[in-house]
Write a protein that binds this ligand. Structure first.
Ligand code: IPE
Ligand code: MG
Length: 232
């Protein structure tokens, strides 16, 4: 979700106004995913590198996170949304962690939409943590290094129980992954749009989905193989 600062600057507003406006885009996107029957949505809200921003901006982002959880959790629950937060939560304020835990507990058995918020998340952090867990098991003699394969490795990552993303959307015109779901994006279709995040709405999402629908996903096969597999 990129472009909040530029959205605000264009309007001669402080960057924080852009972040506030960005919450509206989150709401629209979640609603559209529900309407479209999309089963999983992962939002990159705050990266492990975003701590480098000015302290007032970091604290406003954290406040918005707390306020949004307080305001939206009940409605999400009513709509069958399961909410989860991935990332190193140990660095977050106790109040925020409390709100996260409450929202996760309330919505834990919902299955209409998996809504995942990445906060203080980094793809490298995720991979390193999985490697460390496996190393610990080996060190304790509970696992033989020879059995470590991609499937076992995957099961120690943050989104072990969620299918790999079909589509990645980055707003704001930048064409980078910026340490998002590095492992999980291996075969994901990438979509970049100049739309600034606060302007991202139902139509923007539909446009991305339409673009996605026109692509042929080959997973290493040839185009001809995929055609004949699809035709059965
Ligand atoms: C993304 O918008 C929001 C977060 C990282 C939380 P930016 O704040 O990066 O907006 P620009 O890139 O300055 O426009
Ligand atoms: Mg940015």
């Amino acid at each position: 979700m990129d472009g909040n600062g530029r959205w605000a600057k264009k309007r001669f507003l402080p960057r924080t106004a852009g972040h506030r406006a960005g919450v509206g885009a989150v709401r629209k996107t979640v609603e559209r995913c529900l309407a479209k029957g999309i089963k999983a949505l992962t939002l990159f809200a705050f990266s492990s590198e975003n701590w480098r921003r000015p302290p007032q901006e970091v604290s406003l982002l954290m406040e918005l996170f707390v306020a949004s959880l307080e305001r939206e959790t009940a409605k999400l629950h009513e709509n069958g949304v399961r909410l989860r937060v991935i990332g190193d939560l140990s660095a977050l304020a106790p109040l925020l962690r409390e709100r996260i835990a409450a929202a996760e507990a309330l919505t834990r058995t919902n299955n209409r939409l998996n809504l995942i918020i990445a906060a203080n998340y980094g793809g490298r952090w995720d991979i390193v943590r999985a490697a460390r867990r496996l190393a610990e098991l080996v060190e304790r003699g509970e696992l033989s290094a020879a059995v470590i394969d991609a499937t076992l490795f995957q099961s120690h990552l943050a989104l072990a129980d969620v299918p790999e993303p079909d589509l990645f959307i980055r707003t704001g015109g930048e064409q980078r992954i910026s340490n998002f779901l590095l492992w999980q994006l291996a075969y994901t279709e990438l979509y970049f749009t100049p739309v600034l995040w606060p302007d991202f709405d139902e139509q923007s999402l539909d446009q991305a989905l339409e673009d996605y629908a026109g692509r042929q996903r080959r997973f290493g096969y040839t185009g001809e193989q995929v055609e004949s597999l699809l035709l059965g």
